[in-house]
Ligand binder design. Sequence first.
Ligand SMILES: [Zn+2]
Length: 327
Amino acid sequence: MDKKQFPILGIDLGGTKIAASIIIDTDTIGKPKRVPTPHGKENIIQALLKLIEEFKQDNLIVGVGIATAGIVNPDTGEVIGSTGNLPGWEGTPIKKIIEEKMALPVHVENDANASAYAEYRASKFKADTCLVTVTLGTGIGVGIVINGSLYRGAHFAAGECGHLKVSLNNHRRCTCGLWDCWEAYGSGRGFVATGYDALSKISAHQSKLALKKEKLTTEDIIEAAKDNDLVAKQIIETWHEHVAAGMVSLCHTLDPDCFVITGGMGKFVDYVLLKDLIMDMTLPRISEKLEIYPSSLGERGGMIGVAELVLDTFNSSAKYTQSLQKK
Ligand SMILES: [Zn+2]
């Protein structure tokens, strides 16, 4: 199949914004268009329809891929479990609604899964490998590609690794209601919580961060570390230990070839430090050849990956038709 003949509209629906771009031959065409995510299910549907209509007016589109937060059944295109970022989104039959209104084939996928698929297709790794993406953002998302296919689990919830338990101390409550989930420590939110923990143990003269006691941000800590603030440096090192803790569990579960790090917090990762921490806590056979590298696709991963999944559905239905014709 010549992919150039199959322009797909790739849409990434997140808690704060919806990003969309025409995808041709595994790349975005032009700068993705971004609109704020409205509040409420009906408003989100209307925003998606408006975006698709706008792209349809100026472009030939043969399919639509929608990467969304939440647990998704990709066969039915329904959101079967939502996240706190999209309240009320659970139970939405996105594929059915959009296909009926737009008369275009639609594929819906969890955003971390879509991103993982794009990273796998863009990587040097081929069919017999295991690639895991770790999205370090407000929370933590994981996508798993094994032997060239997404691993979605028995209930489409594989990769909800932000809720791996990394401590038994009942120290931090996660947004999901459980205690000591990985994302309560390794996410952007966790990073700032670690900052507050550190500030509670020092006196005001030990760090200029003490002045920010009421409204500490990620940027405050990063900037202070650049100014050689020792407390800030320690917070960053502790955060790396927290990020490594979840990845070590994934190493021992999946024995992956590589991790690809993406998400807004990804730019603060020290890859040498992270790899050292993981090697210290992982069986040597697993960690020796393990690769860890930053995403090459960044925020575009979700929309590119879901567009590639639309093309895959075209390929598999074409193969099915051919097999029927041979009978
Ligand atoms: Zn949790």
